[in-house]
Write a protein that binds this ligand. Structure first.
Ligand SMILES: NC(=O)c1ccc[n+]([C@@H]2O[C@H](COP(=O)([O-])OP(=O)(O)OC[C@H]3O[C@@H](n4cnc5c(N)ncnc54)[C@H](O)[C@@H]3O)[C@@H](O)[C@H]2O)c1
Length: 253
């Protein structure tokens, strides 16, 4: 059994990896020896990020597109012959309560946050299975998937769906030693949190308030989440599947 976080010899694909949490996840996995493919819809940022990581590369992948998923996995098969780790991280969190959410917004949030995870898992599983070495899928949900928030109606619903889908995939793929876990971050300081805080009219004051409200005294940093994902991606968590890993400084307690 593995006794460290080494990802040597493993190939990993991360969605929404051009910035924020996804970028940090890619970076941590590259530091631990994985060959990481960063994907996003922001090629400039994505290429710049990949260039800072050993053995990493960038590829465009709009996670809502079935065709692009199929192409991405086909290219992986041709270039690397395997896929060991898939991190479904891409997401959006527009602030809107139920009455402010029109059908287009609802569908856009579900497409980027949930359909993406469905497409990613379904498309990747056959290649993950081919190596016979098992694998690890990590899906980014949120504490809002466990404790819905009124101003995040579509987002909360999408993240609850990610939680349930993860467990269904975990049961389906366990026979091939492919594990599937969800990660539920609390507020993490990225563009997403800044955008949310900006709605108050004073971003800095809102972040200060969020820091004070957290039991451990601060909002999260991308590294806090990336470290949890690294554990789930590595063989150290080889007997862990269907877990919902809450990383929130105690805010849901
Ligand atoms: N930041 C937080 O407080 C927080 C809290 C809980 C959960 N999360 C989750 O963590 C994940 C990452 O969040 P973040 O804070 O780093 O966000 P972010 O906005 O900083 O980064 C998200 C990335 O996803 C990409 N993306 C958006 N739509 C895409 C699409 N259709 N195809 C491919 N890529 C797309 C963006 O280009 C961006 O690079 C999301 O799933 C989010 O819901 C974040």
């Amino acid at each position: 059994m593995a006794d460290d976080l080494s990802l040597e010899g493993k190939v990993a694909l991360v969605t929404g990896a051009a910035q924020g949490i996804g970028r940090e996840i890619a970076s941590r996995m590259a530091q631990h020896g994985a060959r990481v493919i960063l994907t996003d819809v922001e090629p400039e940022l994505g290429k710049e990020a990949a260039a800072t990581m050993k053995g990493a590369s960038y590829r465009d992948l709009d996670v809502t597109s079935e065709t692009q998923w199929e192409k991405a996995i086909e290219t992986l098969r041709d270039e690397h012959g395997r896929l060991d780790i898939l991190v479904n991280n891409a997401g959006i969190s527009p602030a809107a309560n139920i009455e402010q959410t029109d059908l287009d917004l609802w569908r856009r949030v579900q497409a980027i946050n949930v359909e993406s995870v469905f497409l990613g898992c379904r498309t990747a599983l056959p290649l993950m299975r081919e190596s016979g070495d098992g694998g690890s899928i990590v899906n980014l949900s949120s504490i809002q998937g466990l404790r819905p928030a009124a101003p995040l109606a579509a987002y909360s619903a999408s993240k609850a769906a990610v939680r349930a889908l993860t467990k269904s995939v975990a049961l389906h793929a366990a026979g091939d030693r492919i594990r599937c876990n969800s990660v539920h971050p609390g507020g993490v300081h990225t563009r997403m949190l800044d955008d949310f805080a900006a709605l108050t009219g004073d971003t800095d004051a809102a972040i200060t308030q969020m820091n004070a409200a957290n039991p451990l005294g601060r909002v999260g940093q991308p590294l806090d989440i990336a470290n949890g994902v690294l554990y789930l991606a590595s063989d150290l968590s080889v007997w862990v599947t269907g877990l919902e890993l809450v990383i929130d400084g105690g805010s849901t307690l």
